[in-house]
Design a protein around this ligand. Structure first.
Ligand code: NAD
Length: 235
């Protein structure tokens, strides 16, 4: 029986690479993104189904899990990956932008786990992987609220490992460093000029696929490039 995967932020970058990789391995994919054109394009490419919606709204997760159940009758793998960078500047604080970033990067993970759990359990268990970031492990000064949101989801993952294990559901996080996707396009020239390596979305997808393997019990997996795992590197 083929595995059924739900992937958020699947229209682009890391999420699209994960969808392609899982589909190539035989999984049926349910994709979620607010980019209607992009998610349709990737959805057709991987032979899956898709939901257009904003992951910061609980209803989007509920709809996506309902679609997985309706089309495939089960759910095995969940990649909660959609995210945005922060752009919250404390010298001109914007409370609305702050709530938006936390909604997309953190609330969406809570809603995704809550919506997916019943179907994962009734499918006999399964695996959830959250895309955090190196910025979820060390303080990332250029984007503090992004860094906060990515720390928050690691806290949730760590706390859920034990309670979910009892139900046969594994949960882990992947923490990429700089990865060559549209998200960091504005910083790409700077990174290249600084000689910092960037990973490809496919490399991150490989790591996610690794966490999804039946033999995997990993919780937080770091796939690092260009960001030292120490808060003191600027000292
Ligand atoms: P990306 O911009 O290529 O893809 C992000 C996708 O998420 C897009 O398709 C976008 O439409 C979707 N999305 C954003 N907000 C959404 C919302 N509210 N509702 C539904 N969909 C939404 O970027 P990416 O680099 O592939 O990012 C994927 C994840 O990886 C993010 O969580 C990001 O924080 C994380 N990450 C990226 C890097 C990097 O350097 N690119 C490093 C570490 C972590």
């Amino acid at each position: 029986m083929s595995r059924v995967a739900l992937i958020t932020g699947a229209a682009s970058g890391i999420g699209a690479a994960v969808a392609r990789r899982l589909a190539a391995g035989g999984a049926d994919c349910v994709l979620v993104d607010r980019d209607a054109e992009g998610v349709e394009r990737v959805g057709k490419e991987v032979g899956g189904v898709w939901v257009v919606g904003d992951v910061s709204s609980e209803e989007t997760s509920v709809r996506a899990v309902a679609l997985a159940n309706e089309r495939y009758g089960r759910l095995d793998l969940v990649h909660l990956n959609a995210g945005t960078n922060g752009g919250v500047d404390f010298s001109a604080f914007d409370a609305e932008r702050y709530r938006t970033v936390m909604g997309i990067n953190a609330d969406s993970v809570v809603y995704g786990v809550a919506a997916a759990l019943p179907l994962l359990k009734s499918s006999g268990g399964g695996s959830i992987v959250v895309t955090s970031s190196m910025a979820g492990l060390v303080g990332f000064g250029p984007d503090p609220i992004y860094s906060m949101s990515k720390h928050a989801v690691i806290g949730l993952v760590r706390a859920l490992v034990e309670p979910l294990a009892a139900a046969g559901v594994r949960i882990g996080a992947v923490c990429p460093g700089f990865t060559d996707t549209p998200l960091i396009a504005p910083a790409k020239d700077f990174l290249l000029a600084a000689g910092l390596p960037m990973m490809t979305a496919d490399e991150v997808a490989e790591a996610v696929d690794g966490l999804f393997r039946d033999e995997s019990s990993g919780t937080v997996l770091v796939v690092q490039s260009g960001m030292e795992p120490t808060p003191y590197r600027h000292a």
